[in-house]
Design a protein around this ligand. Structure first.
Ligand SMILES: *[C@@H]1O[C@H](CO)[C@@H](O)[C@H](O)[C@H]1NC(C)=O
Ligand SMILES: *[C@@H]1O[C@H](CO)[C@@H](O)[C@H](O)[C@H]1NC(C)=O
Ligand SMILES: *[C@@H]1O[C@H](CO)[C@@H](O)[C@H](O)[C@H]1NC(C)=O
Ligand SMILES: *[C@@H]1O[C@H](CO)[C@@H](O)[C@H](O)[C@H]1NC(C)=O
Ligand SMILES: *[C@@H]1O[C@H](CO)[C@@H](O)[C@H](O)[C@H]1NC(C)=O
Ligand SMILES: *[C@@H]1O[C@H](CO)[C@@H](O)[C@H](O)[C@H]1NC(C)=O
Ligand SMILES: *[C@@H]1O[C@H](CO)[C@@H](O)[C@H](O)[C@H]1NC(C)=O
Ligand SMILES: *[C@@H]1O[C@H](CO)[C@@H](O)[C@H](O)[C@H]1NC(C)=O
Length: 376
């Protein structure tokens, strides 16, 4: 066998900012001892590239230098020439790197300097960067610190890219996440393969729900790529009750309780002392009682969960009438605590009639405290 070049890929496409590996191996005549490899880039029409076209020379002690534009960007994968592995990696690609690449091997033939230029070429086409960063977002829960990871595309050994994060709050206005921290990491996979990533750590809250975070990668030569990801934060606000909480006998009661949350929370209406839930819905539930009578008097609770009877309302819960002001205290137990709104909202509403009598109220309060005690 003589001089033969094995290029497994003669047409390569790559993206600006990233890198390309030209896989290559050769064979030579037995009398020839290869010493150095030289890669050129020149017009495909030229049968032989010239010294001015050198992009890589494995001999560092020669005046035949690589073109300044390629200096430091080209590395051979196998430093031992006797392996006859002429593969190279070109980093920090630019569109102008597109072209036809030629190999020359120099060495000794019967003790004399010799070399062989292979006519086979590799065509490299460098296009604009289309690959996007990879962004990993864990499940975000309000109050639990979370770390987002953005990984740059391409596994190259060239210049280290810059990675920046931006956040767009509600309304799409550029803002920033208070108290965030970022960290940059480079992982070496092989001698010529590196993975670059950045992490963004912050404390998610309801204000981050339905907002966007963007990770942007800056490669050399003003090549950038970015990815925008939507954030969903699991959170739950306190129940909010709207509507007239005081009704006269014969009126209709119409109270809406909404729990701002993601995902939408179960919203339950129940009457203290009753073992059945009056009404439930997700996100927001409306309690309607037509033609209210004194029998409807009571404490109505809106909660984010179904609880049986009084089991979660502890001792000490109850109402006290002082002058004309009714004060209710609600102590709940259980973990996590049911989201019950505090005081009046805690009990939802105090339904009364204009003719409500003090004895009825006292009876009611007493009953409440007693049942609370029984409930434990
Ligand atoms: C060319 O190289 C490839 C990969 O190293 C190898 O699988 C293949 O056998 C080689 N072909 C020749 C003709 O040597
Ligand atoms: C050349 O060497 C590199 C690095 O050791 C190796 O990954 C690659 O497979 C080799 N290529 C050939 C054609 O032998
Ligand atoms: C988030 O990005 C999506 C898609 O790009 C867009 O439709 C939405 O308006 C953005 N939201 C905000 C809050 O910027
Ligand atoms: C992180 O916080 C810094 C200042 O504290 C800010 O400049 C940067 O924009 C923030 N990043 C994000 C993604 O909010
Ligand atoms: C609530 O209803 C009562 C009884 O009908 C009425 O006197 C009061 O004005 C109402 N309050 C509001 C804010 O509508
Ligand atoms: C209850 O009030 C809401 C808004 O205040 C209204 O849209 C709804 O029709 C009312 N429902 C009834 C049954 O009166
Ligand atoms: C919600 O109410 C429906 C009927 O209105 C009932 O079938 C269902 O079991 C209730 N869900 C919960 C969680 O209480
Ligand atoms: C309201 O309830 C009272 C007592 O049950 C009844 O007499 C009255 O007819 C009812 N009114 C309406 C409008 O249903």
């Amino acid at each position: 066998i003589g001089y033969c070049l094995n290029l497994t890929e003669q047409e390569l496409t790559a993206e600006a900012g990233l890198c390309v590996v030209i896989p290559c191996s050769f064979t030579n005549a037995d009398e020839f001892t290869p010493k150095h490899i030289i890669w050129y880039k020149c017009e495909a029409s030229q049968t032989k590239c010239s010294d001015a076209d050198i992009i890589f020379h494995s001999n560092k002690n020669t005046d035949k230098k690589a073109q300044p534009g390629f200096e430091g960007r080209v590395s051979r994968l196998e430093p031992d020439v006797s392996q006859k592995n002429c593969s190279i990696i070109i980093n920090d690609l630019k569109e102008s790197d597109s072209g036809s690449y030629q190999l020359r091997v120099t060495g000794e033939l019967n003790g004399k300097q010799d070399g062989f230029s292979f006519s086979q070429r590799v065509t490299v086409s460098v296009k604009g960067l289309i690959q996007k960063p990879t962004v990993m977002i864990p499940t975000l829960t309000e109050g639990q610190q979370a770390t987002l990871t953005c990984t740059a595309p391409g596994l190259c050994s060239g210049s280290v890219p810059g990675i920046t994060w931006t956040w767009r709050g509600a309304g799409g206005t550029e803002s920033y996440i208070i108290g965030n921290s970022t960290d940059f990491k480079t992982e070496s996979l092989t001698a010529f393969r590196q993975r670059h990533s950045s992490t963004l750590t912050f404390n998610p809250s309801a204000e981050h729900h339905n907002t966007n975070v963007t990770c942007k990668i800056h490669f050399t030569g003003e090549t950038t790529t970015e990815k925008t990801s939507g954030l969903n934060v699991n959170y739950k606000g306190k129940p909010q009750i709207i509507g007239n909480k005081t009704v006269k006998e014969g009126d209709d009661l119409n109270l809406t309780c909404s729990i701002e949350s993601f995902p939408p929370a179960l919203t339950v209406w129940k009457k203290l002392g009753s073992y059945v839930n009056l009404h439930n819905d997700t996100g927001s539930a409306t309690l309607v009682i037509y033609n209210v009578t004194t029998e409807h008097s009571g404490l109505y609770i809106c909660s984010d969960r179904v609880f049986s009877g009084f089991s979660k309302i502890q001792d000490g819960s109850g109402c006290v009438l002082q002058s004309e002001v009714l004060t209710c205290v609600c102590i709940s137990e259980g973990f996590p605590l049911p989201a019950i709104t505090v005081f009046l909202s805690c009990f939802g509403a105090f339904l009364t009639t204009e003719l409500i009598s003090a004895p009825l109220l006292r009876l009611f309060s007493k009953q409440l405290v007693q049942t609370a005690k029984h409930g434990g």
